[in-house]
Design a protein around this ligand. Structure first.
Ligand SMILES: [Zn+2]
Length: 84
């Protein structure tokens, strides 16, 4: 937490967007670019999730995505798959 600007509210997405994520397996914490994430939107909450590959251990991680996360990821340019 550093470098707060005088601007308040939302910041425009000018540069590459990154998302903070953590690996449940090796517990590494890292930031992922939008291109490293995938979002799957299904008909139910159970089939709506995002996934990424942990850069530390290489494990493929899948986590449920709530409405807010879906909004965040799609707004950040994460490629979205629609599944049934
Ligand atoms: Zn890991």
């Amino acid at each position: 937490m550093s470098g707060t600007s005088g601007l308040s509210g939302l910041s425009a997405a000018v540069g590459p967007v990154t998302f903070k994520a953590a690996c449940p397996d090796c517990r590494a914490r890292f930031e992922l670019a939008a291109g490293a994430l995938r979002l799957a939107i299904g008909g139910t909450r159970r089939t709506t999730f995002y996934s990424f590959v942990c850069p530390e251990c290489g494990r493929s991680v899948r986590k449920p995505a709530g409405d807010r996360i879906v909004e965040l990821l799609t707004g950040g340019g994460v490629s979205t798959l629609r599944s049934l």
